[in-house]
Unconditional design. Structure first.
Length: 213
């Protein structure tokens, strides 16, 4: 029984490494696009298969009610992020502040909708709902687990080839992990992720994430 458990843990470590280390790194390498696309697609299909098998793909993941404390914590984090990112953009290049929503409002709205539906919500399902359910027991302490998850979340953005993106996404990973750990709400953390991302596009930091400015 102990041997079977050890083998399963070893399998999970291999699975985690393949899905969250090997595939993200491959996306940053100079290899044929079709290989990257196939690797990503296979990874997504596998995650969906496992999620369906263990019952993660249900409406229940949206059912967690926001508590007053969760709303307060989320608001405080939001204010800190808004101030920090606005200050950074102002000192780096003030001309970028609100450039896209003012000059290209339709494009800005399209970017925000696309990001919310096809980036923020899927990423939060993969890195919070799936990752927590699948790999939490592999780590001795929650601190180590959160740190590891945040580093892997940052690694997923390696393909942008920008050190600032890695720093921002690592910090974002810590914030999202804090929110999800405390509230266990997929909907709340996904909305937070969406707002933060859309805010970056709004204040002119979208270029580093391959979005037009």
């Amino acid at each position: 029984m102990e041997s079977n458990n050890s083998n399963y843990r070893l399998y999970l470590w291999g699975e985690l490494s393949l899905l969250f280390v090997v595939i993200p790194i491959s996306l940053s390498l100079d290899i044929p696009l079709w290989i990257k696309a196939c690797a990503t697609l296979l990874g997504i299909v596998y995650i969906l298969y496992i999620s369906k098998k263990v019952g993660l793909l249900s409406k229940r993941i949206f059912s967690k009610v926001f508590s007053a404390e969760a709303k307060k914590s989320s608001l405080i984090s939001l204010v800190l992020v808004l101030v920090a990112t606005s200050s950074y953009t102002y000192f780096a290049d003030a001309s970028l502040l609100f450039k896209v929503p003012i000059t290209k409002p339709v494009l800005w709205l399209g970017i925000c909708l696309f990001y919310t539906l096809f980036s923020a919500f899927p990423q939060e399902f993969i890195y919070r709902v799936f990752f927590y359910n699948r790999y939490r027991l592999l780590f001795g302490t929650h601190f180590v687990f959160v740190l590891y998850n945040s580093l892997l979340f940052s690694l997923a953005h390696l393909m942008f080839g920008n050190s600032m993106v890695l720093i921002i996404t690592f910090i974002g990973g810590l914030l999202f992990n804090y929110s999800y750990s405390k509230n266990q709400s997929y909907l709340l953390v996904s909305l937070e992720h969406s707002v933060y991302g859309c805010w970056l596009f709004t204040i002119g930091m979208g270029e580093m994430l391959a979005f037009p400015v």
